[in-house]
Design a protein around this ligand. Structure first.
Ligand code: AMP
Length: 542
């Protein structure tokens, strides 16, 4: 017997229809690439997204075509996304922090037919475009007056191109399982792999992200997604915010401390999301200037492990709640969030902070388990760590073109490549990437735990831990440190600071000081490069 409820496919453009109807005058405020702050509304964004869809169709693009975007978070990028999806196209976000050759490789792999590009990236696309065979059109997200001189063929100014729309377009009728978006993971090894989101997965993920024990956002919030739309879908906020009718504040290309602080305070932002680096810059700026955050209530921090000091400062100095989150491009991207279950709501001080430092528990729609290398499931005791595997309606079931098939098993589990444990309350804690974990004498040492501990030292700016070959233990940890400007902490002082806070056999065998630690385009520590750099390093314990 089948249910007798309506067929109402979960399509992304329905989100914008809803926002325009229920919250028509709610603002989308952007720091434009041209400079000034510009304001639009969900009603206008919908009208313009319909024009994007119409114009794309008129230019010969159709269902299933991949349309790239190389752009910061602005209202124009947001409209372009919805316009692309609403005509059946597939938005393909590109990370401008990748090398031009990598971007060209990714565009060729996805066979992008057109691209929306910010003014900032016109010189970049000039380098890349000739190498992308499928590319037929470049739409620069600006008006005629700001169009730069360019030798690019088939290039148009977005505003002028939109004006040519006749109006009256109707969204394409689509299957909810149709592709809606694409994003390549910038892995540290091998070719990038394409993740293909569907309308259904994007809608469900948007709903999951907004839930009270996930991001917990509502129409009364003012949301600043610092996390870029080009990196893991802005953590779903480009869907959740219009779904719930929250005001959106888009930071454009400026993510430095003063620029973010200005938007937070002038636009009365209550909720924001970003990687730890952004918050470090903001907190440093606040300390230097004595500015405060009178409106901000909550920030979600993820993408890499959130240092304890960030959570503590936000909480104690500014009254802002920090929610640590974990996810990945393949999960749309949210996986877990460290919101408080009633069992730990009464915790205080360090005990509470310990819970907040975990990557969190899974909302409905994310199943997870931890297994050993033989696929035997580990108990949820908060100690046994192993490979973290996930399942859910917004988790990838394959990569585009079939790459990386070994990460998916026949029961539908996706191996995240992260190493983690889960405690009896369901809070998951990442202890490493599978390829970074240090295997010392047959036991595993978490490099992330050691890094978090080391950055707690007041004179340490950044820390990375890698395994260095050792004749007796196979591998031993080497701690690599970038000192804070003007500070000269020595090896002994750093090790002394760490002592007693981790198992003795976890303590680094040595400390090396460097001026800079290399990062991937997604802002994560590039351990492969560090391992190369320290390939011939000899530990004093050898
Ligand atoms: P990406 O697909 O670029 O977002 O990268 C996903 C990976 O980032 C995950 O598999 C983790 O290794 C790492 N990651 C994301 N969030 C966290 C977090 N809160 N703590 C530690 N690692 C994280």
């Amino acid at each position: 017997m089948l249910g007798l409820m309506q067929e109402w496919p979960l399509l992304c453009h329905k989100i914008l229809d809803h926002a325009a109807r229920q919250h028509p005058d709610r603002e989308i405020v952007s720091r434009s690439i041209e400079g000034p702050i510009v304001r639009t509304t969900y009603r206008e964004a919908r009208e313009r997204a319909l024009k994007v869809a119409e114009r794309l169709e008129r230019d010969g693009f159709s269902t299933g075509d991949r349309i790239a975007t190389l752009a910061w978070n602005t209202a124009r990028h947001f409209e372009a996304w919805y316009g692309i999806m609403g005509m059946g196209g597939v938005y393909h976000t590109l990370n401008p922090r990748l090398f031009p050759d990598q971007i060209a490789w990714i565009m060729n792999h996805a066979e992008d037919k057109a691209i929306f590009v910010d003014l900032t990236f016109v010189p970049l696309i000039e380098k890349i475009a000739p190498a992308v065979k499928s590319l037929r059109q470049v739409i620069v997200l600006t008006d005629r007056a700001h169009m730069p001189e360019t030798a690019l063929p088939n290039v148009v100014a977005y505003e002028e191109w939109l004006e040519e729309a006749a109006g009256g377009y109707r969204w394409k009728a689509l299957d909810e399982n149709a592709a809606a978006g694409m994003c390549y993971t910038s892995g540290t090894t091998g070719d990038p792999k394409g993740v293909v989101y569907s309308h259904r997965s994007n809608v469900l993920h948007g709903m999951i992200a907004a839930m009270p024990d996930a991001m917990g956002i509502s129409s009364r919030d003012v949301i600043l997604p610092v996390v870029p739309m080009f990196h893991a879908n802005a953590w779903g906020l480009a869907q959740s915010a219009p779904m719930i009718g929250a005001k959106l504040v888009m930071p454009g290309g400026k993510m430095d401390g003063p620029s973010i602080c200005e938007l937070l305070n002038t636009e009365k932002v209550t909720f924001s999301a970003a990687v730890p680096t952004v918050w470090l810059m903001l907190l440093q700026y606040l300390e230097e200037t004595g500015e405060t955050l009178p409106h901000l209530k909550k920030v979600v921090i993820g993408g890499s492990a959130c240092p304890r000091a960030i959570t503590q400062k936000f909480q104690d100095n500014y009254g802002v709640e920090v929610i640590h989150a974990w996810g990945m491009t393949e999960m749309s991207p949210l996986g877990t969030l460290a919101t408080l279950k009633p069992e730990c709501a009464e915790f205080e001080g360090e005990k509470l902070l310990d819970v907040r430092m975990k990557q969190g528990h899974a909302p409905f729609g994310v199943e997870m388990k931890v297994t050993d290398d033989e696929n035997v499931e580990m108990p949820w005791n908060g100690q046994k760590f192993g490979r973290l595997k996930v399942r859910g309606p917004a988790v990838a079931r394959a990569y585009y073109g079939g790459a990386g098939a070994e990460q998916f098993d026949e029961e539908g589990w996706f191996d995240t490549g992260d190493v983690a444990h889960i405690d009896p309350l369901g809070y998951m804690q990442i202890t490493d990437r599978a390829k970074d974990v240090i295997k010392s004498g047959g036991e595993w040492i978490s490099t992330i735990d050691l890094e978090n501990l080391a950055v707690g030292h007041p004179e340490v700016l950044e820390a990375a831990v890698i395994g260095v070959p050792h004749p007796k233990w196979a591998e031993r940890p080497l701690l690599i440190i970038v000192r804070k400007p003007g500070k000269e902490p020595q090896k002994a002082a750093i090790l002394e600071f760490m002592e007693g806070k981790v198992a003795k056999w976890w303590m680094p065998d040595d400390v090396a000081f460097v001026d800079e630690i290399p990062h991937t385009a997604a802002g994560k520590i590039k351990k492969t490069a560090l391992r190369d750099q320290f390939r011939d390093y000899r530990l004093p314990t050898q």
